[in-house]
Design a protein around this ligand. Structure first.
Ligand SMILES: Cc1ncc(COP(=O)(O)O)c(C=O)c1O
Length: 431
């Protein structure tokens, strides 16, 4: 094993991270070579700096005017666009995202967590966590309502096994079902991913459910389990009902117990509505972890980033920095969230008219982009019928559920969408 990896492992020895790391994660390190030599040269090489791996001219990055001209004249400088970003992301962005996390999750204040690491979107964050912590044949618990991409990341990439637990029981969050699933596993190591607001159901826990869920997970740590809880917060901040827990579960879990390691995966992609910018984040938290533990883990994560995408998009990061400093951003965001909330409420009203329909039964939803129906027959057959007959696109999942993204249907079309979906269902599942 590389001595740098050995050193990071020594720093992490005895911590929950040490107990959870995969072999790959254990081998991971961040090489000193080029980065430290470049840093040294930046200080001392006043004559010629022949260390930088980009093309420069008179100290500035070379660029093609036909590319630079696409950026606003009073926008980003050449230096903010063309060179590489640091491996863990622009420091200013990492700090801004952390401060914004505290604004959105006020109970995180005074809790010791790592500084967010910039990733190339939340998919990348999830993949990094899988690499660091999942071993071949490990199990990872996922709700039965889950984002299909987990199959590629956990099962195909890491050869782990996904074990599903039912997300709902009697229209409420199935905390007992999750506890049962945890208890049914032989291993001391428990890997779990939770995604709220949920894709595809659109559900977020009520305050009482969030508290009970976190208490149950903490109890498991007290009982001797070693838990990795990955919080996929892709749709964070899109809450449409009053009684919901409006912080990430990370707030409660990041200092719950020495044997409960919480990882917050979140992203600008959806939160700042910059899907194609490919900017996500990873933040770690567990009771008792110190700055040097977080630094060691950050170095391992940087090793993974350096060995895969090398670094994340520089112009995206700098555009985001500027946007996050803008006095208008929060107001603009609120306006968009209000738009989505209006669609949500109209959709609820429209669905209310079909409360007795047996062909499509909506699952509980209160947040995010989506809602999903349980279908009385083959959801895929209904999807194809809606597409062919009414030119309406929906997503069928596991042959049972039909998902509607109200995030991508204008307010004035919501009622018609519901009418067509129920009409189609009556035609396919009718009689
Ligand atoms: C639940 C969930 N997690 C993660 C992601 C990935 O987001 P990103 O575009 O930041 O990779 C998505 C995107 O659809 C998602 O639905």
């Amino acid at each position: 094993m590389n001595p740098l990896a050995q050193e990071l492992n020594r720093i992490l020895e005895g911590t929950i991270v040490d107990k959870l790391l995969s072999d790959y994660g254990r081998r991971m390190y961040f090489p000193k070579g080029i980065i430290s030599q470049s840093a040294e040269a930046k200080q001392k090489a006043t004559k010629y700096n022949a260390t930088i791996g980009i093309a420069t001219e008179s100290g500035s990055p070379m660029y093609l005017p036909s590319i630079y001209s696409m950026f606003a004249h009073d926008g980003l400088t050449q230096n903010e666009i063309f060179p590489y970003a640091p491996t863990a992301g622009e420091m200013q962005l990492r700090k801004l995202w952390y401060e914004d996390m505290l604004r959105k999750n006020p109970t995180m204040k005074d809790k010791k967590v790592s500084l967010p690491i910039v990733t190339s979107g939340l998919t990348h964050s999830i993949s990094l966590v899988a690499s660091l912590f999942l071993e071949k044949n490990d199990t990872i618990l996922v709700p039965d309502m889950y984002w299909g991409n987990y199959n590629l990341t956990f099962v195909e990439q890491r050869e782990a096994k996904m074990i599903q637990f039912p997300l709902f029981s009697n229209e409420a969050l199935n905390i007992d079902g999750l506890e049962k699933a945890i208890d049914s596993l032989d291993s001391q190591k428990i890997n779990l991913i939770l995604n709220f607001p949920n894709n595809p159901s659109g559900y977020s826990p009520k305050i009482s459910e969030a508290q009970r869920l976190c208490e149950m997970l903490t109890k498991k740590a007290f009982e001797g389990k070693h838990l990795l809880v990955l919080l996929d917060d892709a749709y964070f901040d899109l809450f449409y009902e009053e009684n919901l827990y409006r912080e990430s579960l990370f707030s409660m879990l990041c200092d719950a117990h020495e044997h409960l390691f919480a990882v917050k995966g979140d992203a600008a992609t959806k939160e700042e509505m910059v899907w194609g910018f490919r900017i996500g984040f990873l933040t770690f938290g567990a009771k008792g972890l110190t700055d040097s533990h977080y630094e060691a883990l950050t170095k391992k994560t940087m090793g993974l980033i350096r060995g895969s995408v090398s670094s994340c998009s520089k112009p995206s990061q700098n555009l985001l920095i500027k946007a996050m400093q803008s006095p208008h951003r929060l107001e603009e965001k609120e306006m968009n969230v209000k738009q989505l909330a209006k669609r949500y409420h109209l959709l609820k009203t429209a669905l209310g008219k079909y409360a007795h329909n047996k062909h499509l039964v909506p699952l509980p939803f209160n947040s995010g982009y989506f809602m999903a129906f349980v279908c009385a027959g083959d959801a895929e057959a209904l999807r194809i019928h809606l597409l062919d007959t009414y030119k309406v696109g929906t997503i069928s999942i596991q042959g049972t559920y039909l998902r509607l993204a109200f995030s991508s249907v204008d307010l004035e079309d919501i009622e018609d969408l519901v009418t067509l979906v129920y009409k189609g269902a009556d035609e396919v599942f009718g009689a």
